[in-house]
Design a protein around this ligand. Structure first.
Ligand code: URA
Length: 205
């Protein structure tokens, strides 16, 4: 199952944990990324959004979801009636993993060990914030939160309550929407994503 549970330094504030994370050596990704990208948002957020890992833009700016996928996410949240500024936004893996191709840095998928190592930080964020709902954006976040049996396409849009204090709603990653070429498919998939976000919003008390 997910490695989210553990001893998350009960006395420490989330800010202090974020500063600790900057020196993380739990896996090797710190060697290649410019900086660690910790979560961002209100400490009393009712909703947490979890992505996969920072992208190129996020690695440069040191903030989650500030690149193209983040801009699309912001627009979809707005259409779903969710204030982005009320959400805590973070990632399953907190360093950018990439392959260098000439001048470009191409996103590369984090492996199971990297995901497992990094889950400690996500566990700490969840424990400090105590949200009502967590949205898992894509397979990496979904597996981190719910274990490896979860399937995004099969399980999206419904609430999981895995004996935890919060519901988890699984959906696609917004970068998937950016890759769709066909117009009608893109529109339909975007609507479906917004429906999933609305489901998550409706689970808040
Ligand atoms: N994609 C993610 O999963 N997270 C980010 O922060 C940006 C892009």
């Amino acid at each position: 199952g997910p490695a989210l549970v553990g001893d998350h330094a009960h006395g420490a504030s989330l800010d202090a944990i974020g500063r600790q994370a900057e020196g993380c050596r739990r896996c090797d990704l710190y060697k290649y990324a410019k900086q660690l990208v910790f979560g961002e948002g209100p400490r009393d957020a009712r909703l947490i959004l979890v992505g996969e890992q920072p992208g190129d833009r996020e690695d440069i700016e040191g903030r989650p979801f500030v690149g193209p996928a983040g801009n699309l996410l912001a627009r979809c949240l707005e259409e779903a009636g969710i204030e982005r500024t009320e959400c805590y936004v973070t990632n399953a893996v907190k360093h950018f993993k990439y392959e260098q191709r000439g001048k470009r840095r191409i996103h590369s998928k984090p492996n199971a060990g990297e995901i497992q190592s990094c889950a400690w930080w996500l566990g700490a964020e969840i424990e400090k914030i105590q949200p009502e709902v967590i949205v898992a954006l894509g397979a990496t976040a979904a597996r981190t939160l719910l274990g490896s049996s979860v399937k995004v396409i099969r399980d999206r849009g419904r609430a999981f309550h895995a004996g935890q204090e919060f519901d988890v709603v699984v959906t696609i990653h917004p970068s998937y929407l950016l890759r769709i070429r066909e117009r009608d498919t893109a529109r339909r998939e975007r609507e479906h994503f917004i429906e999933d976000l609305k489901t998550a919003a409706s689970l808040r008390s």
